[in-house]
Design a protein around this ligand. Sequence first.
Ligand code: SF4
Length: 99
Amino acid sequence: MQPDTSTCKQDPGVFIPVIDRNKCEGKAECMTVCPYNVFELGIVSPQERATLSFVGRLKGTAHGWKQAFPVRAEACRACAECVASCPEKAITLKRMAVA
Ligand code: SF4
């Protein structure tokens, strides 16, 4: 099935989604709504866990360190569906630097 591109605002590669590791709880709403299949669930690395806040580490432990990862970030077209859908408000869109 073709993705619904009616709400897409940018060409691919202009913006990428960034996940706040202190907020994500791996609820996967972003995976459901993204028309470009940008996200996958994964496990936060031990190195990254060590950089999180106390609350972030508590949340991570409670959810088995399962979080969303933008593994195909270059496909993002900045529709912001993932930003709106995330119950933890863990996603922002970041403009990529112009070469
Ligand atoms: S803004 Fe979010 S939902 Fe929309 S294309 Fe980018 S990653 Fe997917």
